[in-house]
Design a protein around this ligand. Structure first.
Ligand code: FMN
Length: 190
């Protein structure tokens, strides 16, 4: 950017919006990246898979979105360090449960890599089967049954694209996630 461009960028910067920060390799710094992306409000889902042993494993995910209407496709981005990543590669399918506003404890449970199944019972987490028999969370705002039709490695995550076979609808308010907290009203500077 020449001097003129720099002046324009300064002029257009709004109050409270501080200078863009770049690390020496030209990429935004990880903390800055996280802080910016945390300002993009999302819903919260739990991705469910069946394990090779016949159990159910779940993972909290907000990197989830719709991709296509015809055919009906969604995507979820999964960290290569997540146990769920290995299950997804093995089973080729996943369930999606969209959480309700009062289910923030469910989100925390499925985000804990050292979760204790006793806590699931205490929290009242229950599974049910879609028509195909695939497990999803009971009492969710919506459930999807997805077959993986494509996967793309992207940095330290893989984007799994799922073709939606069945959708179930619930009623209630959505659980929102904003600036590292649940809900949008009590978000504070972090
Ligand atoms: C609100 C929230 C959203 C998350 N979204 C994602 C996500 O989209 N992708 C991901 O890989 N991890 C995400 N995580 C982190 C995983 O839930 C966490 O690493 C979990 O322990 C993975 O479980 P697993 O190792 O049993 O598969 C999120 C965590 C929280 C609290």
């Amino acid at each position: 950017m020449g001097d003129c461009g720099l002046e324009m960028a300064r002029a257009y910067r709004k109050p409270g919006q501080d200078a863009p920060q770049a690390s020496t390799d030209g990429l935004v710094k990880p903390d800055r990246f996280r802080a910016a992306l945390s300002r993009f409000v999302t819903g919260v889902t739990v991705i469910t898979v069946q394990t090779a042993e016949g159990g159910v494993h779940g993972m909290t995910a907000n990197a989830f979105c719709s991709v296509s209407l015809r055919p009906p496709l969604v995507l979820v981005c999964v960290d290569h360090l997540a146990e769920t990543y290995l299950h997804l590669r093995e089973c080729g399918r996943f369930g999606v449960s969209v959480l309700k506003a009062e289910q923030d404890a469910f989100s925390e449970y499925f985000a804990d890599p050292e979760r204790n199944p006793d806590s699931a019972r205490r929290l009242g987490i229950r599974y049910r089967e879609m028509e195909s028999g695939w497990p999803v969370l009971e009492d969710a705002l919506a459930n999807l049954d997805c077959r993986i039709v494509a996967q793309y490695q992207a940095g330290d995550h893989t984007i799994f694209v799922g073709e939606v076979r069945e959708a179930a609808l619930g009623e209630g308010e959505p659980l929102l996630y904003f600036r590292g907290r649940y809900g949008v009203n009590d978000a504070q500077d972090k």
